[in-house]
Design a protein around this ligand. Structure first.
Ligand SMILES: NC(=O)c1ccc[n+]([C@@H]2O[C@H](COP(=O)([O-])OP(=O)(O)OC[C@H]3O[C@@H](n4cnc5c(N)ncnc54)[C@H](OP(=O)(O)O)[C@@H]3O)[C@@H](O)[C@H]2O)c1
Length: 311
């Protein structure tokens, strides 16, 4: 109990599970595992509550919502509704989902502030790496631009194609690793990278940007031969995200680029990610995340939870 935080899980919900809640706590280990007295079996029908998020939040007496539904690039829904309902209910909201940042950041931030609740989203970009909270530690700084590799699925796919796999085979490998988006087209066509780029611009540059304002090209049209030859010639392909402040706003792009071997981005392999920030004080500030596993994503949500619990 290093932070003196006690917690219990009082609700779980998904499309297949429905809405399950028990204010005294749910047993996530299931039947047969040792259980604290009074804790409800996770799958017990008696713990299921009616079919909407507000009823569920009330039944769970939720203090904190962890939102991790699939990315919806078009609207950010239903995650936005879930987070809005949590903040209105009086719970803090933590999300791993980039959709609400891109489609409703200001509304949810302001709603949280009005209700005295936090809306946190550290794990949406580079898993648990503190990219957003880094800037909380850099008051009065101005972010002028950034570039990096933010979609690990395409990075894994390009690496596998360099080794001789076709695009389809490489996608299956990324899915087996559990890193591909629910719809892998979101990775291959650059949507996930574009949404992350938009999230960083919206929050860190304070410029709301629509996805259609980001020039976007994915890796779908790259052939295995082109990818292999580029690596052989010392200019491997990477799906690169870029943003730069302009007189009228921000210019941003996501596209496959040939990166010279020896540049930091060329060394980013597997599930690793990389970001290089350009600020008025630090002309270059780079972070590399080396081959994280799925725990890194969960860690970001845990870190947000500790932040909430401590404040
Ligand atoms: N995986 C990563 O490495 C990673 C990293 C950072 C951020 N993220 C973000 O985290 C989120 C989850 O990713 P994931 O890889 O865990 O995806 P996933 O394995 O596809 O899980 C998505 C979950 O969301 C539930 N869900 C989907 N639509 C729902 C709805 N309308 N109402 C209630 N539940 C719904 C699904 O429930 P059912 O199974 O019952 O349908 C499933 O449990 C995504 O937004 C993703 O962008 C993921």
């Amino acid at each position: 109990m290093r932070y003196g935080i006690a917690f219990r899980i009082t609700g779980v919900a998904s499309r297949r599970l429905g809405w399950i809640a028990a204010a005294q706590g749910l047993d996530l280990k299931g039947q047969g595992a040792s259980r604290a007295e009074g804790v409800v079996n996770f799958e017990a029908a008696s713990a299921a509550v009616g079919g909407d998020v507000r009823t569920w939040l009330a039944a769970a007496q939720a203090d904190v919502l962890f939102e991790a539904t699939s990315l919806n690039v078009e609207s950010g829904q239903p995650a936005i509704d879930y987070i809005r309902a949590a903040l209105e209910h009086g719970a803090h909201a933590i999300t791993a989902n980039k959709g609400p940042i891109v489609h409703a950041y200001r509304e949810l931030r302001d709603l949280g502030a009005a209700r005295g609740k936090q809306f946190l989203y550290e794990t949406t970009v580079m898993d648990g790496v503190p990219v957003f909270s880094l800037f909380d530690q850099l008051p009065a700084i101005h972010l002028q631009g950034f570039h990096g590799i933010l979609n690990s699925t395409t990075n894994v796919i390009l690496g596998e194609m360099e080794q001789g796999l076709s695009l389809d085979e490489a996608v299956k490998k990324a899915q087996a690793l559990g890193i591909a988006e629910t719809d892998p087209g979101h990775d291959i066509d650059g949507w996930d990278a574009a949404v992350k780029t938009a999230a960083l611009i919206t929050v860190l540059m304070d410029v709301p940007i629509r996805l259609d304002q980001i020039e976007r090209e994915g890796i779908r049209d790259l052939t295995a031969n082109a990818v292999r030859n580029a690596r052989r010639d010392g200019w491997p392909f990477k799906l690169v995200c870029r943003a730069r402040r302009t007189a009228s706003g921000v210019e941003a792009s996501v596209r496959p680029e040939k990166v010279r071997t020896g540049e930091p981005m060329a060394r980013i392999s597997g599930t690793s990610s990389y970001i290089y920030f350009e600020t008025d004080i630090f002309s270059g500030l780079a972070i590399t995340e080396e081959n994280p596993g799925l725990y890194a994503t969960a860690y970001g949500m845990l870190a947000d939870f500790v932040t909430v619990a401590r404040t």
